[in-house]
Design a protein around this ligand. Structure first.
Ligand code: ADE
Ligand code: ZN
Length: 324
């Protein structure tokens, strides 16, 4: 790891808390909750999980969540992430959570959010990392389930900064959730959506994010550059793109570093993030280091990537300025 990358103050904007479940904690939670797993050691747990596409990744991803049952489980998960983040000099993080992946198997919404919220408060106190939550809807579930989840979130409105859209993109375009996101906007949530790398209809999905949904940010979005007019519009709106190079390398042919270079050259607000670091074995510093090596980035360019992220953070101006 490059020492400059290691020491750089960082901001992480694309991080699924369920994707931080390391095999050690998975085994511990399985024991605690009496959940049977098809493996007994950390090595077996890592080996059992092979994938080469977004869909095959997501199958094992949701299966692993069976060990998350109680409020302390969600607390332990998030606090462990924040301790790791602090060790990489992450100062601020926006953290996705997937409530439907838990409520669908009988874990109440309030168990999930109370555990996460308590970890965020303790994470800032113990580790000095500030963090906020983004509720993600599962796009391969119905719009009705998403709307019901949005309504379920409203008593906790003050604990959630925005909403996102994740899971399997194939056949699940942004416009499927237009009414849900319109309501979320009226409730005061900020809006983002995944437009995963090299999906069917990628540019059409990004276009819908702009014209139908009116997003405040785009998660991944690397295919925006396939359409110069789309890329120009993202630039005009100053929308941030939360790119996850190591994740992209797992589900496509590589980390898409050339696209990151072109985004930088176009002056787009590109940011570097980790997505599901326990599964892709790379937290944000490792992701930055991959891009540094691939593109031979200068220190100024590395600083620019982190400034882009702090600038794009869903924080009041004065709080952002404190980091910049
Ligand atoms: N859920 C967790 N990681 C994801 C990803 N990279 N794309 C879509 N949904 C996800
Ligand atoms: Zn993601």
């Amino acid at each position: 790891m490059d020492p400059f990358v290691a020491g750089l103050p960082k901001c992480e904007l694309h991080l699924h808390i369920e994707g931080t479940l390391e095999p050690e904690l998975k085994l511990e939670l399985a024991r605690r909750n009496g959940v049977e797993l098809p493996y007994g050691t950390v090595e077996e747990a890592r080996d059992a999980y092979r994938f080469d596409s977004l869909s095959s990744f997501l199958v094992g991803y949701y299966e692993s969540m069976a060990v998350l049952r109680t409020e302390p489980d969600f607390y332990d998960l998030a606090l462990a992430y924040l301790a790791r983040a602090a060790a990489q000099n992450v100062r601020y993080a926006e953290i996705f959570f997937d409530p439907q992946a838990h409520t669908a198997r009988g874990v109440p919404f309030d168990v999930v959010i109370r555990g996460l919220r308590r970890a965020l408060l303790d994470g800032e106190r113990l580790h000095g990392v500030r963090a906020q939550l983004i509720l993600c809807f599962l796009r391969d579930q119905s719009a009705e389930f998403a709307m019901a989840t949005l309504l379920e979130s409203l008593p906790y409105r003050e604990w959630i900064v925005g909403v996102g859209l994740d899971s399997d993109e194939r056949g699940n375009p942004p416009e499927k959730f237009a009414a849900v996101f319109a309501r979320a906007r009226r409730e005061g949530y900020l809006l983002t959506m995944h437009c995963d790398v090299d999906q069917e209809n990628s540019t059409a999905h990004i276009r819908q994010c702009l014209d139908v949904i009116g997003v405040d940010r785009i998660d991944h979005g690397v295919n925006a550059l396939d359409d110069p007019e789309l890329a120009a519009e993202i630039g005009r709106r100053g929308l941030a793109l939360t790119v996850c190079p190591v994740s992209n390398g797992f589900v496509t042919d590589g980390p898409k570093a050339d696209v990151i270079r072109r985004m930088l050259d176009l002056g787009l607000r590109v940011t570097i993030n980790s997505d599901d670091p326990a599964y892709f074995r790379a937290y944000v510093a490792e992701n930055l280091d991959v891009v540094r090596r691939e593109l031979d980035l200068t220190r100024d360019e590395l600083v620019r990537l982190e400034r882009n992220a702090f600038e794009a953070a869903w924080l009041p101006r004065a709080a952002k300025d404190a980091y910049l």
